[in-house]
Design a protein around this ligand. Structure first.
Ligand code: AMP
Ligand code: ZN
Ligand code: FE
Ligand code: FE
Length: 286
């Protein structure tokens, strides 16, 4: 069956596989239209477009912007240009903020008697250093058994070495994407750590900022697809979906899996595809 998957991660952020490996699995899963949506970076997009071309797959460039701290309010942007100077400057600032925050976590851990080679961890981590790297380093030095214990005792939200991330508001991310000619979609509404009523209230505000779609068919919404689909249709938001694949055996979806439960998958996905491509090819002002 031909199906879309509009939410995939690679090693450019916290996925386990590079774009070539992801494209191979995309083709094998009979996914014919896919988007790469790494966290806060556009760096995988040129290679992803090449990999898609080689395999004759339709490809949409994307990104997933972290907003509102650690509440899992993520904004997907489609039709972004990998060389967009404004977006790239914005993501560079976010990376700097991540680095500074990891240094602060390192200070707190040191005060608790656990010294880590923070600069080494930062240098090895790639473009989005975060708590998973700290957790693995704590485990490697025997301060904890595993990353889960590191979160539970030290670096999870509200724990003694926790430092929040300073992230843009969702409305800011939506406006930025709109200004750069991209289509913005609210990712995995069911994963947001707010009561549903609060998400629905904010949806109105975000639509005024330029939000154009809702990621209904995401594994976090399973069991509630019909509800989110109805909300999207009522609000005239595009319906999108994807697996949020991070690697085989990683704690997210498998490529193409949500399309099986998505009645109008190809129709909905092509609607987003056309809109995003239109914007992308019109270009953006520098
Ligand atoms: P950060 O972006 O640095 O705040 O780290 C967030 C990431 O840490 C999430 O994407 C998860 O992959 C991971 N994470 C969050 N909470 C936990 C937890 N309790 N145990 C293990 N990993 C976690
Ligand atoms: Zn991720
Ligand atoms: Fe997300
Ligand atoms: Fe994601």
């Amino acid at each position: 069956m031909r199906r879309p998957d509009l939410h995939l991660h690679t090693t450019a952020s916290d996925g386990q596989l590079d774009v070539w490996q992801v494209a191979r699995l995309v083709a094998r899963a009979d996914v014919t239209l896919f988007a790469i949506t790494d966290h806060d970076t556009l760096s995988a997009l040129p290679a992803a477009a090449d990999a898609a071309y080689e395999r004759g797959l339709a490809f949409l460039s994307g990104v997933e912007i972290s907003t509102e701290g650690d509440e899992e309010v993520h904004i997907l942007g489609y039709g972004v240009r990998h060389d967009d100077p404004v977006l790239n400057a914005f993501f560079r600032d976010m990376q700097e903020q991540r680095v500074n925050r990891v240094r602060l976590i390192g200070d707190k851990l040191k005060a608790l008697g656990m010294e880590l080679p923070i600069e080494e961890i930062i240098a090895d981590a790639g473009s989005s250093v975060g708590r998973p790297h700290i957790g693995r380093a704590l485990a490697a030095r025997g301060f904890v058994r595993d990353t889960a214990e590191a979160f539970n005792r030290f670096i999870g939200n509200g724990k003694p070495a926790y430092v929040p991330r300073l992230t843009p508001t969702a409305a800011d991310a939506i406006r930025l994407l709109a200004n750069r000619g991209a289509v913005s979609v609210l990712a995995h509404p069911g994963e947001i750590r707010w009561p549903v009523e609060r998400v629905l209230e904010r949806l109105n505000e975000w639509q005024r900022a330029g939000l154009m779609g809702l990621e209904v068919y995401h594994p976090a919404n399973r069991g509630h697809y019909a509800d989110w689909e109805r909300i999207a249709r009522e609000k005239h938001l595009l319906v999108t979906g994807g697996s949020d694949f991070h690697g085989e055996g990683a704690s997210h979806g498998m490529i193409g899996e949500t399309a099986a439960e998505w009645p109008n998958a190809l129709h909905d996905a092509w609607k987003l595809f056309r809109l995003a491509k239109q914007n992308e090819s019109q270009g953006v002002t520098l």
